[in-house]
Design a protein. Structure first.
Length: 75
């Protein structure tokens, strides 16, 4: 496999995030090639049990994104 040399130290933070998003989008185009590790399934099962037992709750994605944006806001 050929190595790709990218001068990461010369990229801005925004450029690095954009690069990561571009790579992730490409990697996830074919879900058959993306296998979750066993530990991930274990964590999901534990969280499902916590929700069923009333020990945890969750938000829909739109609501969660808004809450995250408010929490990281520099205002």
């Amino acid at each position: 496999m050929e190595t790709v040399d990218i001068p990461l130290s010369k990229l801005s933070f925004a450029q690095k995030l954009n690069l990561m998003e571009t790579i992730w989008d490409d990697l996830t185009k074919d879900e058959k090639n993306l296998e979750s590790p066993v530990w991930h399934n274990d964590i999901l099962k534990d969280r499902e049990k916590a929700v069923a037992a009333g020990k945890a709750k969750f938000s829909d994605w739109k609501e969660a994104k808004e809450r995250i944006k408010r929490n990281i806001s520099c205002e």
